[in-house]
Design a protein around this ligand. Sequence first.
Ligand SMILES: NC(=O)c1ccc[n+]([C@@H]2O[C@H](COP(=O)([O-])OP(=O)(O)OC[C@H]3O[C@@H](n4cnc5c(N)ncnc54)[C@H](OP(=O)(O)O)[C@@H]3O)[C@@H](O)[C@H]2O)c1
Length: 304
Amino acid sequence: MSDRKILVTGASGKLGQQVVSYLLNDFDVKPNQLIVTTRNVESLAELADKGVDVREADFSSPDALEQAFHGAHSMLLISIDASGPRTQAHLNAVTAAEKAGVTHIAYTSMLAPTQSPVVFAHEHEATEQAILDSAIPNATVMQNNWYFDNLPDYYASILQTGHWLSAAGEGRIAQLSRKDLAYAAATAVVKGNQSKGLHQSKVTLPMHGAEALTHAEMAKVIDSVIGTSINMVHLSDEEYQAQLESFGLPAPIVSLCTTMDHHNRLGLSNGTSDVFEALTGKKPQSFESWLEENKAELQKLANM
Ligand SMILES: NC(=O)c1ccc[n+]([C@@H]2O[C@H](COP(=O)([O-])OP(=O)(O)OC[C@H]3O[C@@H](n4cnc5c(N)ncnc54)[C@H](OP(=O)(O)O)[C@@H]3O)[C@@H](O)[C@H]2O)c1
């Protein structure tokens, strides 16, 4: 590792913490080569104690951002979790990175943001475009597939109720673990676009896992590892929306779920892991192996 400085935004988040851990423990990045940002520096006190440069940065306060990014050569911009104000916040971060002289930016986007019906797709599309249009000379746009981890994080009701309401039909999804995507992001900021097969200054990488499974196929793998007996309920978009509304879910959540299944049904999350393997030099974890690793937590959610 040279004396280039790497900056990671969103370092307090679930993805960011794993990226930072990979950088320090697997990529030989020294604490004094690492800058991390957060809106609350106290939350990263442990990293500061190790010698990491912890800085305050709020993407919605653009004036202070350039200073917060100052001195960074390669920067990982982790998409923030707030939908709505997210586009402007991300554009503020890209502009500040450009002004601060960042020479390589990696960004955690989603698959096919231009074609996708998902409610937040336009935010990723705008951010990708800003990165491509910026004067930052090198960029790795990582179009991340969905995480396996969304099962316990957002879809625990499948395990809790034993019913999987799905409007994704036969759409195949090549999901992967958040940990693997963190490893890929760490690789991108360390190696830039020097990995095998990546020779352009700005690249857009579809990040898929090893297997592309339909929801029904995923349910079978879950059943065999976790011991559940999931009942697949195949619905149209309209039926899915009506069911979710009948549970009293807020309208933004209903739109999010229905548009995600529409995206999946269109096959926009289908693909192979070739790009992941070219970037990282390793095979992504399979769904079965991830379920085994998280079996105890998942069985608890399923009340087993
Ligand atoms: N592909 C998928 O299936 C999938 C699933 C979940 C999420 N994601 C995406 O991946 C991203 C990272 O996920 P995660 O699980 O690590 O999220 P997370 O744990 O909720 O962390 C979100 C991070 O965003 C930062 N943040 C929020 N508002 C900010 C602002 N105004 N300025 C600067 N930073 C801000 C937070 O930093 P501080 O609070 O420290 O300031 C936090 O570190 C998400 O935001 C989402 O875009 C993808």
